[in-house]
Design a protein around this ligand. Structure first.
Ligand SMILES: Cc1cc2nc3c(=O)[nH]c(=O)nc-3n(C[C@H](O)[C@H](O)[C@H](O)COP(=O)(O)O)c2cc1C
Length: 146
């Protein structure tokens, strides 16, 4: 069965809320989803999934070093040809999700749109967008892998 890994960095829970809503959307389309904070994941395990969705909030106009390092390790293992998505909460500039999407694309991942950025705490409408992304990912995965 085709499976989705959702990996996130979230300091106050905002990006985590987005991750959970994306998972909800994918599960509603009957995709198996594993979701956790990046420090609970081993990059080698993430690399085994068909689709990889990575989220991070933005700090000092970039993503925090630990998630950048995690991405480096994941890309070194090799994730070419997989499906991906990038997301994250931000305050005023929101670079991290864009950087994640760029790095995944360079590594040969088919990153689906939109690169989802939500300002601060997601509201109901924002969470609906996250659920939509999860559903779109699931539809894409079913077409590609089954
Ligand atoms: C010290 C600090 C630096 C930040 N720097 C940025 C920044 O450069 N650009 C931006 O868009 N948001 C910035 N933010 C805002 C966070 O990205 C925002 O609060 C976000 O909702 C946190 O999400 P999280 O709970 O998932 O970590 C900063 C927040 C803090 C506390």
């Amino acid at each position: 069965m085709t499976k989705l890994a959702i990996v996130y960095l979230s300091t106050q829970g905002n990006t985590k809320m987005m991750a959970e809503a994306i998972a909800k959307g994918a599960r509603e389309k009957h995709i198996e989803v594993d979701i956790d904070n990046f420090y609970e994941w081993d990059p080698a395990d993430v690399a085994k999934y068909d689709a990889i969705c990575i989220g991070s909030s933005t700090f000092y106009y970039t993503m925090l070093e630990p998630i950048a390092k995690f991405l480096d390790e994941l890309i070194d293992i090799g994730i070419e040809g997989k499906t991906g998505a990038a997301f994250g909460s931000y305050g005023w500039s929101g670079e991290a999700p864009v950087q994640i999407a760029e790095r995944l694309r360079k590594a040969g991942v088919e990153v689906i749109d939109p690169v989802l950025r939500i300002q601060y705490i997601p509201n109901e409408k924002d969470l609906a967008e996250c659920i939509r992304l999860g559903k779109d990912l699931a539809i894409h995965m079913k077409k590609k892998y089954s």
